[in-house]
Write a protein that binds this ligand. Structure first.
Ligand SMILES: *Cc1c(COP(=O)(O)O)cnc(C)c1O
Length: 374
């Protein structure tokens, strides 16, 4: 089965991991700081905290923003469930705002009509690797005094109005799952603009431990002394995986270029296929395409999904509107809440896209899809 996404691993990755395995540190060692420093080259210098997954990054970022019971988090339903689930786990209430019909990104007007004094966070999602409309979202966030966040699991390496993802929101989260732009097997990171957010994020991923005597309540106990001021968890990304991430980041420019080339080919080859809507792109963004999300019109998405899979092409659907998950249904969220996201979901199909996909593989995807829709 040709997958919809997969990692690109070469000998330099294998070598980087093996080198750490032969050294002194398996977990928190020099590769962690090196990986975080390399990441900051992609976020316009905004410092990053590595963690064990994109989901952990979301949990850490919400915690760093001070999300707690009674808060509302306004976010997109067109995302992986973790974007909302991690806020709910902290006791907040996810409030789903509808998306723009063409990009599938959070609609700033919908956010504006739902944001208010309870809104602690506005969480955008850069769907498919296309940055959301951050200037408009920032305006709403400032008006209600909310923290602006970005789930950039799809979009590391993308830019909005010449500003890199990672520098657009107060807190930005990344995922390094194998299908994403770069991988550490499992892994993630949080980029934090404000020093206070960065400090809280760094503490939360390490049990909340306060190590610097200058910040401790009892600084004179001795060199071994550490204190917990706020609860945290162990979300530390090991050295072994940070070494892989560092090696991967050095090829991110190439990965992004190949994804972009494949997307341009899809756009050309699929242009005249009937019953198909191709992904939209705003003139002022440079996406790093993680997905190639087409829309299958005329109620044929299910049929096309089944027939592509039967032909060995691992298409995917991204995403079930988050509040359609039974856990949200049980909390009283009802279908119909975000009609544009639901309409998007009803037609969406992600075609295979990954840096190592060959032109010949892509041609087979195009031919198979075109013959089904002919
Ligand atoms: C992949 C993904 C996550 C979760 O990342 P993991 O590393 O799999 O935990 C969260 N949000 C979005 C939009 C994702 O695509």
């Amino acid at each position: 089965m040709l997958p919809y996404g997969r990692q690109s691993i070469d000998e330099s990755d294998v070598e980087a991991v093996a080198e750490v395995l032969r050294g002194d540190w398996l977990t928190t060692g020099p590769a962690v700081a090196a990986f975080e420093a390399e990441l900051a080259l992609w976020t316009g210098g905004v410092p990053c905290v590595s963690v064990t997954s994109g989901t952990a990054a979301l949990h850490v970022a919400y915690a760093a923003a001070g999300v707690r019971a009674g808060d509302e988090v306004v976010t997109s339903p067109l995302t992986f469930v973790a974007t909302a689930a991690t806020a709910a786990l902290l006791g907040a209430r996810p409030v789903f705002a509808d998306v723009q019909p063409d990009t599938g990104n959070l609609d700033p007007d919908a956010v504006a009509s739902l944001a208010g004094c309870r809104t602690r966070v506005i969480m955008a999602v850069d769907y498919a690797g296309h940055p959301a409309d951050y200037d408009e979202l920032r305006e709403v966030a400032d008006r209600v005094g909310a923290v602006l966040m970005a789930d950039a699991a799809h979009s590391i390496g993308a830019a909005y109005k010449d500003r890199p993802v990672g520098a657009l929101a107060d807190l930005t989260t990344f995922s390094f799952f194998p299908t994403k732009a770069v991988t550490t097997a499992e892994g993630g990171a949080v980029a934090a603009l404000a020093p206070e957010h960065h400090r809280r994020a760094a503490r939360f991923r390490n049990h909340g431990l306060v190590k610097d005597p200058a910040d401790q309540r009892a600084p004179d106990v001795g060199g071994w002394h550490q204190e917990v001021h706020e609860f945290g968890l162990n979300y530390r990304l090991p050295d072994v995986l940070c070494a892989l991430g560092l090696s991967q980041l050095r090829r991110l420019t190439r990965f992004r270029a190949r994804r972009s080339e494949l997307v341009a080919r899809y756009n050309t080859l699929l242009r005249d296929v009937p019953g198909l809507t191709l992904p939209a792109q705003r003139a002022y963004v440079r996406p790093n395409w993680h997905l190639y999300p087409v829309r299958i019109r005329e109620g044929r998405r299910r049929e096309v999904y089944d027939r592509m899979r039967a032909a060995g092409i691992g298409v995917q659907v991204n995403y079930l509107p988050a509040y359609w998950h039974p856990v949200f249904e049980d909390l009283g969220y009802r279908r119909g809440l975000c009609p544009r996201a639901e309409a998007y979901y009803a037609e969406e199909l992600s075609l295979p896209l990954f840096p190592d996909m060959s032109d010949a593989q892509q041609d087979r995807v195009v031919e198979t899809l075109a013959s089904i829709l002919a």
